[in-house]
Design a protein around this ligand. Structure first.
Ligand SMILES: Cc1cc2nc3c(=O)[nH]c(=O)nc-3n(C[C@H](O)[C@H](O)[C@H](O)COP(=O)(O)O)c2cc1C
Length: 330
């Protein structure tokens, strides 16, 4: 069993990575149903939360069925981070996660996200400000360092642990790498094997199959893995990995009817959450992923992403079922 504060997770838990514009409540609900053990919100700007910006506030929406769930915040100012942690606490998530990994320029320029990797003292101050302002467990997600010549995750992990954080997720890339190249998990393994480190260490980067999850589990010894891109349009990955870890066997692949059901639920839950209009628009970006690999699918996808009425989109799902057969996998 892996523990984060009082949160008890199964052995070798699978975490859904925080992903902007992706890991919202409807998507998280799908991942939960299909086996995610711990999930995170999209990252939320501490300044936005304090300004009470609508976009930031909506990202605080969490539901009981998705627990345990963490809310992720980012920012470069201690006071703003402390205040936003207090705001986060009012919606009662299971934990607060701090993002020190976002490589995007507009975040880094404000000294937030991965920008903080250049200044460990600031990182420590920001983390302390959050830890001291909330009674929730605090966790951190970060990268290996700023660039290849300044990998500092060993020092970062020790110093963050000393602030009182309760788990650390490490994406095995530097900021300079953005999403290019391969994640280098050897640095993550070194942190995990550091005798001073006692908090759970979760590895992140490029897990996209049950085989890889098991291989990395065995090779790098991490306490669990965090999965991002591979879950987009394929929430089944969580249970597939769990089953493979337990039995060494593969679960059958999802059939077309499972894919249709996932897309249908995603749309329904998005509309329930944000209303019909916004739900329809925001779900459009997911369809291509749910139906990846289905031959000659363009015509259907085109309809799904242009139709404006929910019933018309549900009808297209029925057409897809009819055309590609209920029992078919891709
Ligand atoms: C579309 C997208 C949005 C992301 N948004 C966030 C975010 O809000 N917070 C964060 O910590 N990481 C974010 N990330 C990084 C992921 O959490 C994860 O670290 C990265 O995708 C590597 O994991 P993967 O190879 O399993 O995808 C994002 C990644 C993607 C692809």
């Amino acid at each position: 069993m892996v523990k984060i504060g009082k949160i008890e997770l199964p052995e070798f838990p699978l975490l859904l990575a925080p992903m902007e514009d992706v890991s919202d409540p409807p998507f998280r609900r799908l991942c939960k149903i299909h086996g995610a053990d711990l999930m995170f919100s999209e990252f939320i700007s501490s300044e936005g939360l304090i300004r009470d910006a609508m976009k930031s506030r909506q990202k605080l929406d969490i539901f009981d069925y998705e627990r345990p769930v963490g809310i992720q915040i980012f920012g470069g100012d201690e006071e703003a981070m402390a205040m936003s942690a207090r705001i986060v606490e009012t919606v009662n998530p299971d934990l607060v996660d701090i993002n020190f990994g976002c490589p995007v320029k507009k975040v880094v320029c404000k000294g937030a996200g991965a920008g903080v990797l250049k200044d460990i003292d600031l990182m420590v101050r920001l983390t302390k400000a959050v830890v001291n302002s909330t009674s929730l467990p605090v966790t951190v997600k970060t990268r290996l360092g700023w660039d290849d010549s300044s990998i500092n995750i060993d020092e970062v992990a020790e110093r963050l642990q000393d602030t009182g954080i309760q788990a650390l997720s490490i994406h095995g890339r530097t900021r300079a790498q953005m999403y290019k190249g391969e994640a280098d998990w050897s640095h993550i393994a070194r942190v995990k094997n550091n005798p001073r480190i006692f908090i759970p260490i979760f590895g992140n980067g490029d897990i996209d199959s049950p085989e890889k999850a098991v291989e990395y589990k065995n090779r790098y010894g991490v306490d669990g893995v965090m999965i991002g891109r591979a879950a987009i349009g394929y929430p089944w990955i969580f249970n597939e990995i769990k089953h493979f870890v337990k039995t060494g066997q593969h679960l059958p692949e999802p059939m077309v009817q499972d894919r249709v059901e996932a897309a249908r639920n995603h749309l329904t839950w998005a509309m329930e959450w944000k209303g019909e209009r916004v739900g329809i628009v925001e779900t459009r970006r997911h369809y291509a992923n749910y139906f990846k690999g289905i031959p000659n699918f363009k015509e259907y996808r085109q309809k799904m992403v242009t139709l404006d009425a929910a019933q018309d989109i549900y009808d297209v799902f029925d057409e897809v079922l009819h055309k590609y057969g209920e029992g078919q996998t891709v």
